[in-house]
Ligand binder design. Structure first.
Ligand SMILES: Nc1nc2c(c(=O)[nH]1)N[C@H]1C(S)=C(S)[C@@H](COP(=O)(O)OP(=O)(O)OC[C@H]3O[C@@H](n4cnc5c(=O)[nH]c(N)nc54)[C@H](O)[C@@H]3O)O[C@H]1N2
Ligand SMILES: Nc1nc2c(c(=O)[nH]1)N[C@H]1C(S)=C(S)[C@@H](COP(=O)(O)OP(=O)(O)OC[C@H]3O[C@@H](n4cnc5c(=O)[nH]c(N)nc54)[C@H](O)[C@@H]3O)O[C@H]1N2
Ligand SMILES: [Mo]
Length: 767
């Protein structure tokens, strides 16, 4: 047995290698809080669902592009050689380009790919397609798409959601009260984009608790905060947070607890917001009594908490999930307005910051050094859609949509190229996506496993996992840079994404431009050296490459000073204005008001979600669905692996349902249930609990979509993928972000007999 260090989005670990396989793993010695997900690595890497060799959909091979006499996914595949596969891909790309131009190629390819930064599939598919003349791309993200568009208008940048936010040492030393909308679930903190050598976030939270910081968790789920944090739990109806924030503001206004000096010096537009909160503009004061009916929270508790905020140094935070909802811009804007009224923005331990509980490393003190990365270059086509409008793009060529004050016209897509993402995990309303996915002539996918995205492609190219090739991993939210030497030989005929694209670029005549003469090892060294040079600018001396590679990791030292979000602006707003039109925090934005969007006017407002407990749809679908991040996986990655498999209820994803809601439906623990609405249905395994508030069910995202029959539109999903049920509509015309959290469903006992379905490969015919 030999041991080697490796690295993934869920952390650094030591791999124990035996007979050419990853036999087991052990935690990395510097990780204070290793993620249990590392235990899923061996079973994932050696899963039966690995794609063994290049495959082509039978009808595509026999009858050519565009033949959809049988729907994608419903046909067997034919195994082909790498050479045949690459010839076919190059021919299709060249053909589409000649006939329709690059604007007929959709290459956004959203997805997390691997923690390895060089063989990062999404960056590589961009680099490749940009080199080929460009493609239709995707902008913003599924994580905080609405915030990415809103925040620059309000506070001049995205730092408040992407980081750096005020760091934990500042909170530990100064904060008395930390209010967490959406909680701070430990499961989320064990994941970092690009991986982490040390999962610091849980430890920082513990230190804050020990320092006496009081925590309030406002969330439909009790388990959004660990027991040990001792947080006060305020259950809230999903989607009602804006109403609650407005009521906090109302309490502060009517009790004269408004920091007028701060508002005057650092903000614009307070008066218009105040008049709205007081009901002067619409006759409806946003009082605690008003909010109580919407949120389900007692009015006295609302006003009491508002006054507590004004009495002490308070940090306000909301998870990213709050803005992944209908009108998802509003809770973020309202929270900023509330923080402005409290007047603590830019002070140590005060103000606001989003996502402390969303991902590891938010608030981890870190020097502003960069991480090694592959370069994608620029898209010569300059065309992109808001990320989550992907099904609209495929379904509605020629349609124009409003987006952040501009309009986007959807081109007619003939070819889709995806590498490093799983749209049949991440996109809302899967039945609608299936229709959209059956429109283009050609779909090319690089995948490691037979995900539903791979199963519904025309040409499937098997990719290595990050453990089967050299790479380097790092994240701007962690202090480690980790060498990722190849651990094992590629499984089956899998190849590295970099090598696949490099060969394709060769077929298409731009290999030198794609590789710049470097192989993978050359790129790793080049990227590391670039990052080393930039570190020097910040007085950080990193070891030279050969030493880094030999030792396996470097730890960048912590900064000396605490970072405070908007600290410079607070200290001198004239010398350090925000990058907003006024240079200040915009509680009212003339720019946004000028866009004239009813679904996102000029200041924060309460707009009930379209699917909401008092909406018409609630008569038939009375339960609110929370589809949050899974504790046993990273999105859909590792679903076919130990931890996730062990967590299933009779092979299906567990759904958390309040015992009272279960009783009225005669549902018992462990029952298979059908979760449904007008958009679709899936099966899941019932888990009864008082951790979820009444009227709400929780089904984590990431179970592999497994329809009963790919051939049948609207087929039942057997595994429990919540995106069978979610709405595919933008948050508003401003952000056009995904709004997965606003969905109503009904749940019933399932009396039919259905196997859970496995993770195995589709039928393959010999070539
Ligand atoms: N209902 C609902 N839906 C959601 C969310 C939600 O909260 N609720 N959350 C959203 C959010 S925030 C996100 S970020 C998205 C995540 O959506 P994705 O990022 O698309 O999800 P992943 O499962 O991480 O997909 C990565 C895919 O890349 C593949 N892969 C991994 N390594 C490699 C590699 O080296 N090469 C290649 N070619 N492929 C590789 C994996 O097998 C996997 O299929 O989901 C979104 N969807
Ligand atoms: N283990 C694990 N961790 C992950 C990931 C993963 O796949 N697995 N994915 C990572 C990624 S890509 C991202 S973007 C982040 C996402 O980070 P988040 O968006 O913060 O994560 P979620 O788990 O979707 O949501 C957190 C909690 O918000 C609560 N919530 C949902 N809707 C509402 C609401 O309307 N009001 C209130 N008050 N609370 C609400 C839910 O109870 C939920 O558990 O997570 C990251 N961390
Ligand atoms: Mo995300």
């Amino acid at each position: 047995m030999s041991r080697r260090l490796s690295h993934a989005h869920w952390g650094t670990f030591e791999a124990n290698l035996k007979d050419g396989r990853i036999d087991s793993v052990s935690p990395f010695g510097h990780d204070s809080h290793p993620s249990a997900l590392i235990q899923s690595v061996p079973s994932a890497v050696h899963a039966a669902s690995r794609i063994a060799q290049p495959m082509v959909r039978e009808g595509y091979l026999l009858r050519g592009p565009g033949d959809l006499s049988r729907r994608r996914g419903a046909e067997p595949f034919v195994a082909v050689s790498w050479e045949e596969a690459l010839q076919l891909v190059s021919r299709q790309l060249r053909g589409v380009k000649e006939k329709h131009g690059n604007k007929a190629i959709f290459g956004g390819s959203y997805g997390w790919s691997s923690a390895g930064r060089i063989n990062h599939a999404r960056t590589l598919v961009h680099r490749f397609l940009y080199g080929f003349g460009g493609c239709v791309d995707q902008v913003t993200n599924y994580s905080w798409g609405a915030a990415a568009v809103l925040l620059p208008h309000i506070v001049g940048g995205i730092e408040a959601v992407a980081g750096p936010v005020t760091d934990w040492p500042s909170i530990i030393k100064n904060t008395k009260l930390m209010v967490l909308f959406g909680g701070a679930a430990e499961k989320n903190m064990l994941i970092t984009t690009g991986g982490a050598g040390n999962h610091e976030s849980p430890g920082w939270l513990k230190q804050a608790r020990d320092a006496g910081v009081e925590f309030v968790s406002i969330s439909p789920l009790k388990r959004d905060c660990s027991e040990w944090l001792g947080a006060e739990w305020l259950p809230i109806r999903p989607g009602a947070d804006t109403a609650l924030m407005l009521a906090f503001a109302h309490t502060l206004i009517v009790n004269d607890r408004v920091d007028l000096a701060f508002l005057d010096k650092y903000t614009v537009g307070y008066e218009r917001f105040r008049d709205y909160v007081l009901g002067l503009t619409d006759g409806r004061p946003k009082s605690p009594a008003w909010a109580s009916g919407l949120t389900g929270i007692d009015a006295g508790r609302i006003s009491g908490l508002a006054l507590r905020m004004a009495d002490a140094c308070t940090m306000l935070s909301a998870t990213w999930s709050l803005q992944r909802a209908d009108h998802g811009e509003q809770p973020y804007w309202a929270l900023i307005a509330l923080a402005a009224i409290l007047g603590q923005i830019g002070l140590p331990g005060g103000g606001f910051g989003f996502g402390y509980g969303s991902i590891n490393g938010m608030g981890t003190p870190r020097r502003p050094t960069s991480s090694p990365a592959m370069e994608s270059g620029k898209n010569p086509l300059g065309l992109a859609i808001p990320v989550a409008r992907m099904a609209d793009l495929l379904l509605q060529p020629g349609r124009t949509i409003p987006f952040n004050g501009k309009t986007v016209t959807f081109p007619d897509i003939k070819l889709v190229y995806w590498a490093g993402g799983n749209p049949f995990h991440h996109h809302q309303d899967i039945n609608r996506l299936v229709e959209a996915w059956n429109r283009p002539e050609t779909i090319i996918v690089h995948e490691v496993w037979w995900t539903a995205t791979a199963r519904q492609a025309d040409i499937v190219l098997p990719a290595t996992t990050t453990f089967e090739r050299d790479d380097v991993g790092a994240s701007p939210r962690d202090r480690f840079i980790v060498a990722m030497p190849q651990l094992i030989e590629p499984v089956g005929q899998a190849r590295n994404d970099y090598d696949i694209f490099s060969d394709l670029a060769g077929h298409l005549g731009f290999q030198q431009q794609f590789t710049e003469g470097r192989d993978i090892r050359g790129w790793i060294e080049h990227a590391y050296d670039g990052c080393r040079a930039k570190a020097r600018v910040h007085n950080v001396e990193l070891p030279e490459f050969s030493r880094f590679w030999r030792e396996g990791f470097v730890e960048v030292p912590s900064p000396e000073d605490d970072f405070i979000l908007f600290g410079d602006f607070r200290a001198d707003p004239v010398a350090n204005p925000l990058r907003t039109p006024s240079g200040r925090i915009e509680i009212f934005s003339e720019t946004i008001a000028g866009f004239g969007y009813d679904n996102c006017p000029g200041h924060p407002v309460w707009l009930p979600p379209k699917e909401w407990h008092s909406a018409k749809a609630a008569e038939r679908f009375p339960l609110h669905l929370i589809s949050n991040q899974p504790s046993t996986r990273l999105h859909s990655q590792l679903d076919d692996a130990k931890l996730s498999r062990d967590s299933k209820v009779a092979g299906r994803e567990p759904i958390l349902i309040n015992s009272i809601d279960a009783a009225s439906r005669l549902i018992e623990n462990g029952d298979t249930v059908r979760v449904f609405n007008d958009r679709g249905a899936c099966l899941a395994g019932a888990v009864l609990s008082s951790d979820v508030m009444e009227g709400v069910v929780q089904l984590a995202s990431g179970a592999w979509y497994h329809p009963e029959a790919y051939a049948t539109p609207g087929s039942l999903d057997l595994h429990g993928n919540p995106n069978m049920l979610t709405r595919d509509e933008g948050t508003s015309f401003l952000g056009q972000g995904p709004s997965a959290q606003s969905a109503l469903v009904e749940v019933e006992r399932f009396l039919g007999e259905r196997q859970a379905g496995d993770f195995q490969m589709p039928h393959v015919n010999a070539g």
